[in-house]
Write a protein that binds this ligand. Structure first.
Ligand code: ATP
Ligand code: MG
Length: 425
């Protein structure tokens, strides 16, 4: 026999037993985004590499070492998308969604690709839901986006397990001034910096604060904080956000170390963090990215958004048992012999026609009555409908309520739908 082929490292199969958690999350996302007036956008998985270099930033972990990039046959450099904010802005520019100061609220769902070290909560293919708003510069839309995410936690039963951290990175002018202060500080501690940080000190010093190296914790911890160096306007923006969140009863903590791993952010950044998932505790992250449209060659349009990690959320939902009710089939058809299978398929169609929401499973594979009853039990169906020789001859079906373990009864085929309706009320 030939060797079996396994999936590649860091990518996962979502098996049928687990998929209901994904449906649960996706359904609430769909309902809530609609309730807040966000419209879905679907962008390609494949984009020009240049798009991510220009948006996320050349000197970020993602662009430096995590992208799946290749040269197309015609020489184009392409990458699997590592995130979707850049693609959404690219699409919004390309299709004129940003013209005439119109406001667009959009959301998306889909897989992203980053060549990271696979571990719990960190995969090479993972899925995100994101929400993005173009055209509004104030703190209030940031509050709306946070409210939307908070309501999602409430719907999913996660509210008490996640906490909101916010910070401000100020305007680009604030960052230029802060950059000089930070460079002074880091230069004073040059001998304590790791190689990555030394390189970043030259190219993009703010990224030093984003280091994942535990040995750098003290240096980063002692660094001057951008929040202490904001101009009045930026400070007011941040104060208004905090006030709005407080009025809307959203608890938050200001984390002055929060800088996010992508270069396009300005002013507000935030993360929702849980303590229940070990090291990979951030389940949702986002912020304002006003400069991004210009970086991508269009007129400056304010932008703000977040992305949530579905893989981590599903793990949380699963672990906390927020959604442990996998839908049960309604009817399992036990069919003895080929003729019974044919009739069974027809009866099943009749049931689906009458009650489209019923789940009806036909055992089309034969097997003894005993083994078919076992399958019916295992399927956790509510009712078994049985067709054997006698039933075929008499135009009847056997019916057994599997939940109550009652005796099998005989029902005229014409009475089956009503009998089942009575059982399922
Ligand atoms: P992290 O700090 O965990 O590396 P990030 O800052 O790189 O996250 P973003 O690009 O902001 O993450 O993505 C938003 C969310 O997507 C994260 O908060 C996380 O929940 C999820 N996410 C990011 N990378 C992965 C991954 N490799 N596997 C699973 N989920 C991920
Ligand atoms: Mg990351």
């Amino acid at each position: 026999m030939a060797q079996t082929i396994k999936s590649i490292k860091g990518v996962r199969d979502i098996l049928p037993d687990a998929v209901h958690h994904w449906h649960f999350l996706e359904q609430h996302v769909r309902e809530l985004t609609a309730a807040y007036g966000y419209r879905e956008m679907r962008t390609p998985l494949l984009e020009k590499t240049e798009l991510f270099k220009r948006s996320i930033g050349d000197v970020t972990d993602i662009v430096e070492k995590e992208m799946y990039s290749f040269e197309d046959r015609n020489g184009d450099l392409l990458s699997l998308r590592p995130e979707n904010t850049a693609s959404c802005v690219r699409a919004a520019i390309q299709h004129g969604l940003l013209t005439n100061n119109q406001v667009s609220r959009i959301w998306y769902v889909g897989p992203m690709f980053r060549r990271e070290n696979p571990q719990r909560g960190r995969y090479r293919q993972f899925s995100q839901v994101g929400a993005e708003v173009y055209g509004m510069a104030g703190p209030y839309i940031e509050a709306e986006l946070i409210l939307l995410s908070a309501r999602l936690w409430q719907r999913l039963g996660l509210t008490e397990h996640v906490a909101l951290q916010i910070n401000s990175l100020g305007s680009s002018e604030d960052r230029v001034r802060y950059r000089a202060i930070l460079v002074d500080y880091l230069t004073d501690h040059l001998s304590d910096l790791d190689d990555d940080s030394r390189r970043r000190l030259e190219t993009n010093p703010l990224r030093v604060l984003d280091t994942k190296n535990p040995q750098m914790k003290d240096i980063v911890g002692g660094a001057p904080q951008i929040i202490d160096h904001l101009e009045a306007e930026s400070a007011e923006h941040f104060a208004a956000l905090k006030e709005t969140l407080t009025t809307c009863k959203i608890n938050f903590e200001v984390n002055t170390r929060l800088v996010r791993g992508l270069d396009y952010y300005s002013h507000t950044v935030f993360e929702w963090v849980t303590g229940r998932l070990g090291a990979q505790g951030t389940v949702c992250a986002g912020g304002r990215y006003d400069g991004l449209t210009e970086q991508l060659g269009a007129r400056l349009t304010p932008g703000v958004g977040w992305a949530l990690g579905m893989d981590r959320l599903v793990e949380l939902i699963d672990e906390l048992g927020c959604n442990d009710t996998e839908p049960r089939p309604d009817v399992f058809m036990i069919l003895a012999g080929d003729k019974a299978i044919v009739r069974g398929l027809a009866v099943a169609e009749m049931l689906r026609e009458a009650e489209p929401h019923w789940t009806v499973i036909c055992n089309c594979g034969g097997g003894s009555m005993k083994s078919q009853f076992k399958k019916a039990d295992k399927s956790v169906a509510k009712v078994a409908v049985i067709i054997g020789e006698t039933e075929l001859e008499n135009g009847t079906v056997g019916l057994k309520n599997l939940r109550e373990k009652s005796d099998q009864q005989t029902v005229e085929e014409s009475r089956l739908i009503d009998t089942l309706r009575a059982i399922f009320v």
